[in-house]
Write a protein that binds this ligand. Sequence first.
Ligand SMILES: [Fe+2]
Ligand SMILES: [Fe+2]
Length: 254
Amino acid sequence: MNNICLYDDGKHKYYLLGWEETEDPNMVPTNQYLIVHENKGFLLDPGGAHVFPRVLANVSEIIAPENIEGIFYSHQDPDVSSGITMWLTIASRAKIYISELWIRFLPHFGVFDKNRIVGLKDRGEKGVRFSGYTLDFVPAHFLHAPGHFNVYDPISKILFSGDIGVSLLPFSQRVQIYEGDFKNLVSAMEGFHKRYMTSNAACKIWVDRVSEYEIYMIAPQHGAVLKGNVVKEFLKWFKTLKCGSDIIEQFYGR
Ligand SMILES: [Fe+2]
Ligand SMILES: [Fe+2]
């Protein structure tokens, strides 16, 4: 798939990079995103080793990889971060942003140079400066990883939500951006969120936290980007969702 520009004001752009073209039932399809401000890039959850060549090709259509100044990992899962050593080599000036909880696990990916790693503190951080713009690193803990972050971009008003807001539609029905009736998306979201999210307490505090923002789109690491009224409807649904430890008996078959 070609890159899709979700936001463009001439100076600041936000891209959904292409995704897997063929269906592999053994592999969850992933989304990657690139923020470009003037000629500098910030890459969001660039993905695992398996998708690296495709994502690199997508990025290279937009900017030179050495112009990537930051790479963000929402959490430690392999579909998010197992390509990290390749990105550190190709994006030779980029710093890595990840929860400080995961830093001591990075040597297991072959990452030993701590000078390029910025550990995010649990409470997150607002207004982190990059070349000509700022980003907010928003806590989203236990949704699902114990150290999980989102990124809010105040210019595009897009919230990159990692594993939150994921929809797993059948391959033939996949859409890049969804702005239809939220009810039609629930069945593609419910199973994933009930099993992977840890509890309603985690959902609720996150919804309260992100409700501080005006959100134009929610951009998750899997499935459709949520736009317009779908954003509000999703937040309402997620705030009351019983999941994880709330319904743990059913995972034991009781
Ligand atoms: Fe994950
Ligand atoms: Fe994921």
